[in-house]
Design a protein around this ligand. Structure first.
Ligand code: BES
Ligand code: MN
Ligand code: ZN
Length: 495
């Protein structure tokens, strides 16, 4: 896809679609007004006569009755001018991108960078525009017979209010495009079913990614090596599977050696049947998405290498299946983690924390600036926060605040839950140092408390993406979240 930036008075006079925003209480934006003048006030008359009120979420696709000019004019409601915030703006963009896709427009002119959004600049606006338009072109058709549909959108022109915003708009478009590409990778990995996407497949994908950048190196630990390291907790999960577990470590060196790395740890359960504590059959297919934490760190790594960001980033993915078998872990089994902590496995379906705890212990050797783990960890998180907002927990207020703010900026929100000692006490075991479940109450928090026992030596946060990593129902499919949040967090750190 080609991106270009045009100053508003150079609005091109033709194309497949002109994307415009309209406030419920203000005049047309400069480029829209110009297009309107060229159409002898037709847009304005249309809006005046129609039921279109400019409310958030409203959308109207107009077909001008002239031969010249744009074939379609897409009008988006943005609400009151003074109230336009990042979230309303992103929702309008998502709608616009979806419509542009539906009408199969190839050349699109977008005027939305001209519009003021509370607290956001030109760089942010073009980042969101590029991300949303590119992300809308995603399709997962590799396992359907028949031809792949080529994406129709080939040229996106961003209208700029003035020449001085050109550089910011160009950089933002590049960032947004890279974010969408990272999301595409995360969605592909998430959507691919368990019989394709195994731990070995993830290791293979990491190899492919590493080959695209000379700043990126890869290490894959096999079960024998994990055994030598004492990763008894991780290996207790893969026992029940014929697919060998892998510990995938991607190391991106974009800054000086002396700079401490950010470490991302992504839960990579390529299928979660629950193990011996087997899950009910309804919607069990969705447990192919139980590696979406891993997918999001792959996606973020992809974005980072595309943008060649000046940071050091290490991604660790503990990858395993969770299946029942004669050799599988049984409820009541006690395993010893790499840290030495013994764990009573009261429920084999609480396997995410069992693979994550050893990966987190392993993270320590990189002397991290901070560690973030990303996991589809608890059904309880979907009960608490639904499918809109990811759960955030951690041992450091500064890191949690930075992640919250990155989530707001990236329209990929998170909400923090508490994790004090009262919750940790639910993990008491009569037979081992800790139990792997803490009862029904506050399931998301007790899961984080479990991880918290393995992260005392560094600054750490945990993202529970059980509700946000994929859509269920008719639109079933991976969402690509939280790649936008993680990328924004890294961009904010670079400053
Ligand atoms: N992968 C699941 C969590 C999950 C469930 C995510 C449903 C999204 C939708 C995780 O491994 C799991 O099974 N967790 C258990 C924990 C329980 C046994 C303490 C859960 O949430 O039921
Ligand atoms: Mn489980
Ligand atoms: Zn799981």
């Amino acid at each position: 896809m080609k991106y270009s930036v045009c100053i508003h008075d150079q609005l091109r006079d033709s194309g497949d679609c002109l994307v415009t925003g309209v406030f419920s209480d203000a005049d047309l934006a400069p480029s829209t007004a110009l297009a309107d003048t060229r159409l002898d006030g037709w847009i304005k008359r249309f809006l005046d006569n129609d039921e279109f009120k400019g409310k958030p979420g409203e959308v109207l696709c107009l077909t001008p009755a002239t031969e010249s000019g744009f074939k379609r004019i897409l009008v988006l409601g943005l609400g009151k001018e003074a109230e336009l915030d990042a979230s309303t703006y992103c929702k309008a963009l998502a709608k616009a991108a979806q419509q542009v896709n539906a009408i199969k427009a190839a050349t699109v002119c977008c005027t939305l960078a001209e519009i003021e959004v509370q607290g956001q600049d030109a760089l942010w606006k073009s980042r969101q525009i590029a991300r949303h338009f590119r992300a809308a072109s995603y399709q997962f058709s590799q396992l359907k017979s028949g031809e792949d549909q080529e994406p129709k959108l080939t040229e996106l022109c961003l209208m700029a209010p003035q020449e001085s915003s050109r550089d910011a708009l160009e950089l933002g478009a590049k960032q947004g495009d890279a974010i969408a590409l990272g999301m595409h990778l995360a969605k592909d990995l998430g959507n691919l079913p368990g019989n394709y996407c195994t731990p070995s497949y993830l290791a293979e994908k990491a190899r492919e990614l590493a080959e695209t950048s000379d700043k990126l190196s890869l290490q894959v630990l096999e079960e024998a090596e994990m055994d030598e390291l004492g990763m008894g907790s991780l290996l207790s999960v893969s026992r029940g599977s014929r697919q060998p577990a892998k510990l995938i470590i991607m190391n991106y060196q974009g800054a000086a050696d002396s700079e401490q790395p950010v470490v991302l740890v992504g839960k990579g359960i390529t299928f979660d049947s629950g193990g011996i504590s087997i899950k009910p059959a309804a919607a069990m297919d969705e447990m192919k998405f139980d590696m979406c934490g891993a997918a999001s760190v792959f996606g973020t790594m992809k974005t980072v290498t595309e943008l060649k960001l000046p940071i050091n980033l290490i991604c660790i993915v503990p990858a395993s299946e969770n299946l029942p078998d004669g050799d599988a872990s049984k409820p009541g089994d006690i395993v010893t983690s790499m840290s030495g902590t013994t764990i009573e496995v009261l429920n084999t379906d609480a396997e995410g924390r069992l693979v994550l705890c050893d990966a987190l212990t392993y993270a320590k050797r990189f002397d991290p600036a901070l560690v973030i783990d990303i996991a589809t960890l608890t059904g309880a998180c979907v009960v608490a926060l639904g499918k809109h907002i990811s759960g955030l927990l951690g041992n450091d207020d500064g890191l949690c605040e930075a992640l919250y703010s990155a989530g707001e900026t990236a329209c990929d929100p998170v909400w923090r839950l508490p994790m004090n000692n009262d919750y940790d006490e639910q993990l008491k075991s009569n037979f081992a140092d800790v139990a792997n479940v803490g009862g029904r109450d506050a399931g998301t928090i007790t899961a984080a408390c479990f991880l918290g026992r393995f992260t005392r030596d560094f600054t750490w946060a945990h993202l529970d993406i059980a509700g946000t990593a994929w859509y269920s129902g008719g639109a079933k499919g991976a969402s690509g979240r939280p790649v936008p949040l993680l990328t924004q967090f890294l961009l904010d750190r670079i400053g």
